[in-house]
Design a protein around this ligand. Sequence first.
Ligand SMILES: NC(=O)c1ccc[n+]([C@@H]2O[C@H](COP(=O)([O-])OP(=O)(O)OC[C@H]3O[C@@H](n4cnc5c(N)ncnc54)[C@H](OP(=O)(O)O)[C@@H]3O)[C@@H](O)[C@H]2O)c1
Length: 337
Amino acid sequence: MATVNRQITLASRPVGFPKVSDFHLVYTPVPSPAAGEVLVRSIYLSLDPYMRGRMSDAESYARPLAIGEVMTGGAVARVVESMDPEFLPGDTVEGILGWQEYAVVPGRTLRKVDPDLAPVSTALGVLGMPGLTAYFGLLDICAPRRGETVVVSGAAGAVGMLVGQIAKIKGCRVVGMAGSDTKITWLLDELGFDAAFNYRTAADSHAKLRELCPAGIDVYFDNVGGVVTDSVIRLINAKARISVCGQISQYNLEKPERGPRWLGQLVVKQAKVQGFLVSAYAGRFPEALEHLARWLTQGKLKYREDIAQGLEAAPQAFIGMLQGANHGKQLVRLAEY
Ligand SMILES: NC(=O)c1ccc[n+]([C@@H]2O[C@H](COP(=O)([O-])OP(=O)(O)OC[C@H]3O[C@@H](n4cnc5c(N)ncnc54)[C@H](OP(=O)(O)O)[C@@H]3O)[C@@H](O)[C@H]2O)c1
């Protein structure tokens, strides 16, 4: 077994978009597990927008990473050595393991992954945090009804691609917004979205949405915020529900954006806007995973992964994801399964 671990740490706090120089590749000894702990070797690392927030020291609900600390992140891994009777060497697990090849964590923080159910990478996508986010953010907050129009931004990403498909399962009319023509073609031809358009090239996103949503918008699942969301709000119907999942258009701004002030629309439309954190639903994860796994095995949920190769590729892949280079769930392969 290897004795050297490779890790990526936070070298400096980004100003605006992160740069590769904000990360540092370091070599450390592979650690040993104490009682109750497990040594794992990561196979896939998940790259997620929330990591950008952890790199800043701006006030937020989550603790900022310290300079020199290993970047945080979920990963799928194989157990190498276990001091927890619940785990055996060779088991496949998922947990917060960080941007590194080996990790020692308490066994109680790990979730076992069934490799016979689906490819193990799905524990970071459709059968993991993004899937749970799509499930609760859409179904719990918006309660979409058959025939309603659902609009989703960030529609070709890890969460958005699942939101649109779950809305289709519920009998809704689904309209997606994403940032490239290839993504739009995929949403329409492969995922069965009813309509979709490229918000980066549309001359007027509001006019395009008006054309694509002739009956108005009943549900909006917001992954991005900013001008994309501004284009939606004037089109919401009475009693619309808006799930605020993320605001990625704002994460790398050096100065806050000033936008149209549209809260008055909520008054006249008697609409509901609710933000959420998927972690708040932890007690209901088993229920959601059962549904997601069933839809996946029935072929009702399709997914796409964008896989970078090797730990050293993680910083650039992360920066690319923040800029829209990813198509589907952004992962990094750290080892062969
Ligand atoms: N509330 C929660 O608990 C929770 C949990 C997970 C994720 N989230 C949030 O959900 C959102 C999606 O996360 P994800 O993991 O599924 O990421 P993702 O969609 O797979 O990747 C991020 C995507 O954001 C889009 N984007 C980047 N800049 C943008 C801009 N200025 N305007 C519009 N779109 C932009 C890009 O796609 P385009 O090519 O389409 O621009 C990019 O591919 C994020 O805001 C994230 O913070 C929230």
